[in-house]
Design a protein around this ligand. Structure first.
Ligand code: ADP
Ligand code: MG
Length: 329
């Protein structure tokens, strides 16, 4: 690890499962959704760290914990060596300027009654940064950076007058205007047409290089992951099951779950660099009973007796970690 900007250590968030009145009266034991269960990773400065996994695996909860939108049950998140779970209000404000989020649905973070100029300017206004003229100049410059041109036209439009890709550029501009060091992008292209996904990813990559932005890129789609990522962690039901440099993990997937995810990429791609390892997983996600063994056991074609106990995330080759008994210590 050279210079991690973000360090996530032992992060945990369990949500109580809602019980019916009857269950409460009969004092049924309370259960938890282990949304994030002892998650550890580092993000190097200027790198893109990909967090991948099916819907419901806990990715968004990790993002919300890292940005301190919710409080963890256990663990720490260090940003530039400061534990953000312990920041006072003043430092939290600075952190919130430096760490921005882009959501899957650009509409959710954009007020449809505001013009693009006001939407992109809003964070500057909220943090009282710059005069009116400075703010306007900054908006125009940022619109240019995300290539929403001609800026003098786009700035005075309303969101509904833009395409999905353009709206995602607005969301990116709104995040960039505060000159953040770190951006969490939660499935930023999954609602866009395949044809414009690459454009947005390329833009994110250019901005990363130009401003040395560090990204946490969240996706359920490994084909976009390999396009943009440096390192990757594969999450399954609250736990990281495999992590490492993106080429190591995607070219030599070790965990049966990672292998299944790679298998599921159906787009024919002439440049496909993935190793094909045909693996059929059993059952649907969510039917697992979390009794303390490997969460993937019920779906795993290689399940063994030992999988009823919990596997550790172990380094099986340099900086490539996997949590699976197929790879003994
Ligand atoms: N606020 C919440 N209250 C209760 N359960 C939640 C809450 N947020 C997320 N969960 C549950 O935690 C699990 C992980 O959710 P999430 O982090 O959104 O996964 P992902 O982003 O990978 O789809 C899911 O089972 C989800 O239903
Ligand atoms: Mg999510």
């Amino acid at each position: 690890m050279v210079n991690p900007v973000v360090k996530v250590q032992g992060l945990r968030k369990w949500f109580p499962i809602k019980r019916s009145l009857l269950e409460i009266i009969h004092a049924k034991v309370e259960g938890f959704v282990k949304a994030v269960d002892d998650v550890n990773f580092n993000i190097e400065k200027g790198n893109v760290f990909v967090l991948a996994g099916e819907s419901g695996s806990g990715k968004t909860t990790v993002a919300r914990l890292i940005l301190r939108a919710i409080e963890p049950d256990a663990g720490s998140v260090f940003f530039d060596n400061m534990d953000i779970t312990k920041l006072d209000n003043n430092d939290l404000k600075k952190f919130r300027i430096n760490a921005q989020m882009i959501h899957q649905d650009p509409y959710a973070s954009i007020d449809p009654r505001m013009r693009i100029l006001e939407i992109v300017m809003e964070p500057l206004t909220a943090y009282k940064i710059g005069s009116k003229k400075e703010k306007e100049e900054s908006v125009m410059k940022t619109l240019e950076e995300v290539r929403l041109e001609p800026v003098n036209d786009i700035a005075y439009r309303y969101p509904h007058m833009l395409s999905g890709g353009q709206r995602q550029r607005v969301a990116l501009a709104r995040a960039l205007i505060l000159k953040p060091k770190f951006i969490v992008a939660d499935e930023p292209v999954s609602m866009l047409d395949i044809s414009i996904r690459a454009e947005i990813l390329e833009l994110m990559q250019n901005l990363q290089k130009k401003h040395e932005i560090t990204y946490l890129y969240i996706t359920h789609d490994l084909s976009t992951a390999r396009y943009i990522g440096n390192d990757i962690a594969i999450m399954y039901l609250g736990k990281i099951v495999e992590k490492g440099p993106i080429d190591k993990v995607l070219l030599n997937p070790l965990h049966p779950y990672t292998q299944a995810l790679i298998d599921a990429i159906s787009e024919p791609d002439p440049n496909n660099r993935f190793v094909e390892k045909k693996i059929r997983i059993k059952n649907e996600m969510g039917k697992e009973i979390m009794y303390g063994g490997c969460n993937f056991e019920l779906r795993c074609p290689y399940a063994m007796d030992i999988c009823k106990t919990e596997p550790e995330l172990l380094e099986v080759e340099e900086s490539h970690y996997v949590s699976c008994f197929l790879y003994p210590k």
